[in-house]
Design a protein around this ligand. Structure first.
Ligand code: MN
Ligand code: MN
Length: 297
């Protein structure tokens, strides 16, 4: 990795740290998700960065990929996962936290399980572990606390303008004996009281351009130009398009999805509909050490 790239990753990571803190202070029980989504995006742009993806605000059994629409009445309740992506010149810091919004703190231990799994996995990196060994650490940490890891969600390598760049870091012992090459990676353990698998539910109101081809609807063309310029192929929200382009945005996005221009990210929902916690940090693996960019070490 060249010094300029590393500098961009560090800058994205620093802003991600700020947004984590901002989100923790901002979010209160029963606050509308759409208000949280808007404020977080505004704060990211105020810091001179752009979202690498719309902030995911996923409640209880929704593990990931939920973002409110403009008229969404969903309020922050239960176990809320806040998954934040920041990019500087396309170099991405990806980080997540879980917030317990119940009055009796009933998800405290479940949140601690994913956080401790992440801490242990990051510590283990200094021993140059295999991917399976990282997964085993995550699995054991979560199971020792009486919960299950979600095995069909995983950490991943990152590349410029690419959130999932090919390498998967498992959340369980998967017998992949490969080791991490130098580069950028996110580790993201998910813990649940349920069976530990997710399925794809309805749209999470998050989309990305997969094939930038011509479309006839004027609103669709405007959206396509705006998104390509601002986000390239990174994900964007229906909400932002509704704010920019009005009520026609929803139909235009549906048309583009049908034309194969856009990918629709579905909500990832725990199969037994039990609550899910998540923790995530991004690190740069150098030849002889690592730099965790989304937290102070
Ligand atoms: Mn991630
Ligand atoms: Mn994430």
């Amino acid at each position: 990795m060249n010094p300029k790239e590393l500098q961009d990753y560090k800058q994205a990571g620093g802003i991600a740290q700020h947004i984590r803190k901002y989100a923790r202070e901002l979010i209160k029980p029963d606050m509308p998700l759409v208000e949280i989504a808007k404020k977080i995006q505004q704060e990211i742009e105020k810091q001179g960065a752009i979202e690498a993806f719309p902030v995911n605000l996923s409640i209880d059994d929704i593990a990931a990929h939920y973002h409110p629409t403009i008229d969404d009445t969903t309020k922050a309740t239960g176990l809320l996962k806040v998954d934040i992506g920041i990019q500087i010149n396309g170099f991405i810091a990806d980080t997540a936290l879980s917030i317990d919004l119940t009055s009796d703190n009933q998800h405290k231990e479940l949140i601690q399980a994913s956080e401790q799994a992440l801490t242990n996995a990051l510590k283990q990196l200094d021993q140059n572990p295999t991917l399976s060994e990282i997964g085993k650490t995550i699995q054991q940490t979560i199971e020792q606390k009486g919960f299950s890891p979600i095995i069909n969600l995983s950490g991943h390598s990152l590349a410029q303008y690419t959130i999932h760049a090919g390498i998967t870091i498992p959340n369980y012992e998967n017998h992949n004996e490969n080791k991490l090459e130098p580069g950028a990676y996110a580790i993201e353990p998910f813990a649940t009281t349920g069976e530990g698998k997710i399925y794809e539910g309805p749209s999470g109101n998050i989309f990305a351009i997969t094939d930038h081809k011509n479309t006839r609807s004027p609103t669709a063309r405007k959206i396509l130009d705006y998104v390509a310029e601002k986000y390239e192929a990174l994900p964007f929200s229906l909400r932002e398009m509704q704010e920019k382009f009005g009520p026609m945005a929803r139909l235009a996005i549906r048309e583009m999805e049908n034309q194969g221009i856009l990918h629709n990210f579905n909500q990832l929902i725990e199969k037994s509909h039990k609550p899910v916690s998540q923790a995530e940090h991004t690190f740069i693996k150098m030849k002889d050490n690592k730099i965790i960019i989304t937290t102070k070490e």
